[in-house]
Design a protein around this ligand. Structure first.
Ligand SMILES: [Zn+2]
Length: 416
């Protein structure tokens, strides 16, 4: 199966300088290519990869600085640009700014790369024009097939991301075919499962939060464009990167545990991008509750909701787990026992007390149970038709509205 492995690179000074130069050239190729594509689009014409790659080859004769860097990286940049323009549209693809864009470039032809273990902690990989690149061997690359390698800089450090084929094939079915779980992602608690588990982990320590506040104050006082400001920004980025890595780790580990234990994982379909839109409004029509909304946005993003969905999709490939998204509407207001929908049942942030049957549960767990029920209703429709002579398999798709997906209690008529 194709998967990624990431390592911290330990460049020599000359290599770090050269890598930065490759990044700069790739950036200028990207921007020139994008400019050209936009100019063509304005005239109603199209530009794509093949003619651009040809022009790049011709430009090398005129500009020797293009020849110094690995040609494959430049071609990859044009391919990435082509893909970005096809996916998002030429005018929605961004320029790569020298200040904002962190250098990143890819070497294809992984089959030609040689990896050598130096000692227990370090290994090296041979990359075109960069030569032997030493990296921290935090995971072995023995027995895998390398497809490509990407170098990118994050803050002060460079990282090597290797796309590998690990040769692991998933079994035909999940090891525990009957097991299913519903997941409610929240702000107060990162995850609640339908089995009653609350999974969360702090990503920052109290000391780190104090340090962020102190650094932000320092940043506000630092003069624009000063050396001091750059230093404070770098320190702030370092603390934030640590938090980000912890979050990624939490998501990957949780996703692994959930997919190993369950054949079906149901998530509510959260449009994180829409949910974290700013409330700022416009100059003519300023929004209300801007500070509160930006605080909520930060809380949502801090829990890594989207990151977990990505990690689940990746981990599910190995265990044959089915990951389902169901609409999120009413999952927090519906009683998981009797099915009654009532906003008043949500007594507080944490407590759900049904106004109809007096069922009491942790509000997020109750929501997770509803999510599971909705997800199972969806999978029931996907069951292949029963063999001849066996009846009773429901193959018809139910109504798209999730009110219709949940088992309806006889004595209530839930509000739509
Ligand atoms: Zn109830």
């Amino acid at each position: 199966m194709l998967t990624g492995r990431r390592f911290r690179v330990e460049f020599t000074d000359a290599q770090a300088e050269f890598a930065q130069r490759i990044g700069d050239v790739c950036r200028s190729v990207w921007n020139t290519g994008l400019e050209q594509r936009r100019a063509y689009r304005r005239r109603g014409a199209w530009m794509n990869y093949a003619p651009q790659a040809k022009e790049l080859a011709e430009a090398k004769a005129e500009h020797p600085w293009l020849k110094d860097v690995p040609g494959h990286c430049l071609q990859q940049t044009l391919m990435d640009l082509d893909k970005a323009c096809r996916t998002h549209g030429t005018f929605r693809v961004h320029w790569r700014s020298g200040r904002r864009w962190a250098p990143s470039f890819r070497f294809p032809e992984g089959n030609k790369m040689v990896v050598e273990q130096l000692n227990r902690r370090h290994a090296r990989i041979k990359l075109p024009k960069l030569g032997w690149v030493k990296y921290r061997s935090s995971r072995s690359l023995a027995g895998v097939v390398i497809r490509s390698a990407t170098l990118c800089r994050e803050g002060r450090h460079w990282y090597l991301s290797v796309l590998v084929d690990d040769g692991i094939a998933a079994g035909a079915v999940h090891a525990q075919p009957g097991a299913a779980v519903g997941i409610d992602r929240g702000v107060a608690v990162a995850l609640a499962t339908s089995s009653g588990e609350l999974i969360d982990r702090p990503f920052t320590t109290a000391g780190e939060r104090r340090r962020v506040v102190a650094l932000q104050r320092k940043l506000a006082r630092a003069a624009k464009g000063s050396v001091n400001r750059a230093k404070v920004r770098a320190a702030l980025a370092q603390v934030r990167a640590r938090e980000r890595r912890r979050r990624l780790d939490f998501c990957a580990q949780t996703a692994h545990q959930l997919t190993v234990a369950n054949a079906v994982v149901v998530l509510e379909d959260l449009k994180t991008r829409n949910m974290t839109r700013t409330a700022k409004g416009t100059l003519q029509d300023p929004g209300r509750g801007v500070a509160a909304k930006s605080g909520l946005n930060r809380a949502i993003l801090a829990k890594g909701w989207h990151q977990l969905a990505l990690a689940l999709a990746s981990a599910a490939r190995y265990t044959r787990t089915t990951v389902i998204s169901v609409p999120a509407a009413y999952t927090s207001q519906r009683c998981s026992v009797c099915g009654q929908v009532d906003p008043k049942s949500r007594e507080s942030q944490a407590v759900f007390r049904c106004t109809h049957c007096a069922h009491v549960e942790h509000a997020d767990v109750n929501a997770a149970r509803n999510i599971l029920a909705a997800g199972l209703a969806v999978t029931a429709c996907r069951v292949p038709p029963a063999p001849a002579g066996v009846g009773g398999t429901r193959t018809q798709e139910p109504a798209g509205n999730r009110e219709g997906l949940l088992p309806q209690p006889a004595h209530t008529a839930p509000a739509a």
